[in-house]
Design a binder for this molecule. Structure first.
Ligand code: ZN
Length: 374
């Protein structure tokens, strides 16, 4: 993984490359971003670039012996810590990252935007509590006591640092405070607020924003061979979450944007029988389609709001969609757009918490119809 392999996020990459170029290497760093963001790819790219022997424009070359090993996640000075559980017959002292490193390499290379649950499924530990244990912290201390094998930096990447158990955290504090020479800790997390303050206060925090629509779309085209128009549709359904976008490629066939346009027409006409029909259909759709419809709606509304505020937006690949967003932002004033956004945002919240989709959908339709009328 080089910076080049991560879509978009230009300013984050520039900051990190600049730090490496100028030798301004903080020894304890935290990369924090929401689910489906680039926290892990960014950590791997940073470590790879740090130890690259032949950097190109500030990025890793991808070809030197160090890069080749880094990119396969087998570099002897790059260590990985991640949450695990007692699976595959491992018990006691063996429930540590090293026991699952083979699975981890596959996961991190094929699914670097994945979630801890998906990781657990990969190594067969999904029915048990994941954590980064005190035993793990002993391993970390042992590993970092060794000199670097290859003369570069030793980098310890901890994925999902919010899983660090308090007892492990306490053992790590001293290391974070006074790390061995040429050692860099990178804590990657989806939820830095869950991390105890004694750790937080010892790291340099780098926030990584969710992906933008065009960044997701172009990644789906280049890395997953999705057609551009479809890639844009999927991007609008995934709220900046690359992991969800990648799943949507294979798991949702519906033309969600077309569904959204039709749904808005039904609400605009306040057609109650059709709303009931649609609620039935919605109730039977897959969860990803249901979430996708609401996320797409929020994307359209958010972008319509920005258009009204004079912020130029990326064009939509599909003419119809472009026209719809333009018309939408013209037909509805700021208040109304905000009102609709709130309605759908609340509906999405209830859907995520496993409310009844049919009831949520009908209720939302009625609220939208009401908002259109007022
Ligand atoms: Zn290199």
């Amino acid at each position: 993984m080089r910076f080049y392999d991560i879509p978009g996020l230009k300013s984050t990459k520039e900051k990190l490359m600049h730090a490496i170029r100028t030798g301004n290497i903080a020894h304890a760093q935290m990369f924090a971003g929401p689910e489906g963001s680039a926290v892990l790819p960014m950590a791997i790219a940073y470590a790879t670039t740090l130890n690259c022997q032949n950097r190109q424009n500030g990025d890793a070359c991808g070809e030197c012996p160090s890069c080749v090993k880094s990119m396969k996640l087998i570099h002897p000075d790059m260590h990985y810590i991640f949450p695990v559980s007692a699976a595959k017959g491992k018990t006691g002292k063996d429930v540590v990252s090293d026991s699952f490193i083979e699975d981890w390499r596959i996961f991190a290379q094929t699914n670097p935007y994945g979630t801890p649950n998906e990781w657990a499924v990969q190594f067969g530990g999904e029915d048990k509590q994941l954590n980064i244990s005190r035993e793990e912290s002993r391993n970390i201390i042992r590993k970092l006591a060794l000199k670097p094998f290859e003369g570069g930096y030793k980098v310890m990447i901890t994925w999902m640092a919010e899983y660090i158990h308090t007892s492990a955290a306490n053992a790590l504090l001293k290391l974070l405070e006074e790390p061995p020479d040429k050692t860099v800790f990178i804590l990657a997390t989806n939820d830095h607020e869950k991390i105890i303050s004694t750790i937080l206060s010892r790291v340099q925090l780098m926030k990584i924003r969710p992906f933008q629509r065009d960044e997701i779309a172009s990644h789906l085209v280049t890395a997953h061979s999705v057609e551009y128009e479809r890639a844009q549709q999927i991007a609008s359904m995934s709220s900046g979450n690359m992991n969800e976008a990648i799943k949507l490629i294979t798991e949702v066939d519906d033309d969600v944007p077309a569904m959204f346009r039709e749904w808005m027409r039904i609400c605009f006409k306040n057609n109650y029988p059709l709303m009931v029909d649609w609620a039935e259909k919605f109730g039977k759709a897959s969860r990803l389609s249901q979430k996708g419809l609401f996320q797409h709606a929020m994307t359209v509304l958010r972008e319509s709001l920005l258009v009204q505020n004079g912020v130029p937006q990326n064009e939509w690949a599909v003419q119809e969609e472009q026209k719809f967003v333009t018309n939408f932002s013209r037909a509805l004033d700021l208040n109304k757009l905000e009102q609709l956004y709130k309605i759908i945002n609340t509906a999405y919240y209830h859907l995520e918490r496993y409310g009844n989709p049919k009831i949520i959908f009908l209720d939302t339709s009625l609220q939208i119809a009401e908002a259109f009328k007022s």
